[in-house]
Ligand binder design. Structure first.
Ligand SMILES: [Ca+2]
Ligand SMILES: [Ca+2]
Length: 258
């Protein structure tokens, strides 16, 4: 009885997670990097294509979402900053710039599929080639700037599920100031990504029914004890081992019909 009381105390507040990991492929026709380049007090806004993948997790029972990874490739972007008779700057973000997630997996709660990850570390790497030209179009300077942004930002987005296909939409702001031949140059904008993938089958609705007899009871508890830290035969929470956490899952479902 003492043991059961202790177990019940442990159980309170536990919830069985049903996170389904999703490898989603970016839809290039709905995804882009929109970036405004500002230099010599002139701004030009252009967009480039996005390809790549997002690794997400979706828990349809709790609404939790997990960000696991992303790997995005940005297509070429050409900016033209025209200062009239004074000249201007042509700049190109070379095709193949990359944006990568640089953190550990993290989970947040969604509301109706809408979510916000407040701190998402990422790297953006690429190359900007530029030509500066003066009066009469004479080139007065050219070069290459390596863009290497490492920072954290907020990522907001949403997901929707149709059948076994989940679609995730996220937006990631870009705000990067660098020096180009003594001039402050600002790249400002954001990445919008729409990615879809097939969700794996959800975990069983009644994971505590370890012996599959349609009920959660003593036979499941006894299965846990006989497999204790030896095999996954008593693994009710899906972590691959049989231990106290699995007892807590069985107790929380105690008496349930499956
Ligand atoms: Ca059972
Ligand atoms: Ca377990």
């Amino acid at each position: 009885m003492l043991l059961m009381t202790a177990m019940s105390t442990f159980v309170s507040g536990s919830a069985f997670a049903q996170m389904q990991d999703l490898s989603a492929t970016v839809n290039p026709s709905q995804s882009s990097l929109n970036a405004c380049l500002t230099a010599i007090d002139i701004t030009d806004c252009q967009s480039g294509s996005i390809n790549g993948s997002l690794n997400f997790g979706i828990d349809q029972s709790t609404g939790d979402v997990k960000i696991d990874n992303f790997s995005l490739t940005v297509g070429e972007i050409d900016w033209t900053l025209d200062a009239g008779f004074l000249g201007g700057v042509d700049a190109t973000l070379q095709n193949g710039a990359t944006a990568n997630y640089a953190g550990a997996p993290q989970t947040v709660t969604s509301s109706g599929g809408d979510f916000t990850f407040p701190v998402v570390p990422f790297n953006l790497n690429g190359t900007v080639d530029y030509n500066g030209y003066g009066i009469a179009g004479i080139i007065i300077g050219s070069g290459t700037e390596l863009v290497a942004i490492t920072e954290s930002t907020e990522i907001s987005g949403s997901y929707s599920i149709s059948g076994e296909i989940a679609t995730v939409t996220v937006s990631l702001p870009i705000d990067y100031l660098f020096d180009l031949s003594g001039n402050d140059v600002l790249i400002q904008g954001g990445i919008t990504v729409v990615a879809s993938g097939t969700l794996p089958p959800p975990p069983p609705l009644c994971p505590a029914d370890l012996n599959n007899d349609g009920q959660v009871g003593f036979s499941d508890l006894s299965l846990i004890l006989s497999a204790w830290e030896a095999s996954d035969a008593g693994d009710a929470n899906g972590d691959g081992v049989t231990n106290f956490s699995d007892i807590s899952v069985v107790l929380s479902e105690w008496g349930s019909d499956c």
